[in-house]
Design a protein around this ligand. Structure first.
Ligand code: G6P
Ligand code: MG
Length: 226
């Protein structure tokens, strides 16, 4: 039997809003002040979609200090980073919603598709609130309850479970390679936002959020699931 499109799971950072700049600013400060490590935009690319503690481990590895600190010290650095990050995101408003996203979410809602948020960020509910988008999401995954990060499919499966969607009838939207891999590993249809050299594996690709188009997604989904 043909599968029907039933609903959507969304990444947050890089799809709904650009919080990467705030994560980067906060990590840069902690890395410099506490670890004596100077990170750069190339390192930042490896922090996207990666949990807080894993991000710290990426930075420590980059600075050749992966064994220099105890777990307690590492927890303190991560917590300091989060305090800085939280102070930066206090200023977010609906103006920080990426282009086209507000209309895209409205179009999805108008057609009755449920949506869930699959972000690795423990601050996601706060951000969705600041952006005044809470009404669109029937569920937000709590990453504290997960055992594995992207590219593992767990976060996308949990998001679909929360809104009772069969994976094969779910569309996932992501801007990171690990995210596209996780969506596909869950058996979902993967919509990428970004460039073909990075996200070539996506089932459907848009160059940026302003180009996201529900009718095109429905057509591509139906063609793929026939
Ligand atoms: C997202 C971001 C990552 C961040 C992670 C955890 O996936 O892309 O850069 O490390 O969330 O965020 P948190 O707010 O829980 O520290
Ligand atoms: Mg992302």
């Amino acid at each position: 039997m043909d599968e029907l499109l039933k609903g959507f799971v969304f990444d947050l950072d890089g799809i709904i809003t650009d919080t990467a700049k705030y994560h980067y600013a906060a990590w840069k400060r902690v890395a410099q002040d506490e670890l004596g490590i100077t990170i750069n935009p190339a390192v930042n690319e490896h922090l996207k979609g990666v949990s807080r503690m894993d991000s710290l481990n990426v930075i420590l590895k980059f600075g050749h200090k992966e064994n220099a600190y105890t777990d307690t010290e590492k927890a303190e650095f991560a917590s300091e980073k989060n305090d800085l990050y939280k102070s930066l995101i206090q200023q977010m408003t609906p103006d920080d919603i990426l282009p086209g996203i507000a209309d895209f979410l409205k179009a999805i809602t108008a057609k009755g598709y449920p949506m869930a948020l699959a972000s690795a960020s423990r601050n996601a509910p706060f951000i969705i609130d600041r952006l005044q988008l809470a009404e669109y999401f029937s569920a937000i995954v709590d990453p504290a309850t997960l055992t594995k990060g992207k590219p593992d499919p767990e976060i996308f499966e949990r998001a679909a479970d929360l809104i009772h969607l069969p994976y094969a009838e779910t569309v996932g939207i992501e801007d990171a390679v690990a995210g596209i891999e996780g969506i596909q590993a869950a058996g979902m249809f993967a919509v990428g936002v970004g460039s073909p050299d990075v996200l070539g594996k996506a089932d459907l690709l848009f160059p940026d959020t302003a180009h996201l188009n529900l009718a095109q997604i429905e057509t591509a989904f139906n063609a793929a699931r026939k």
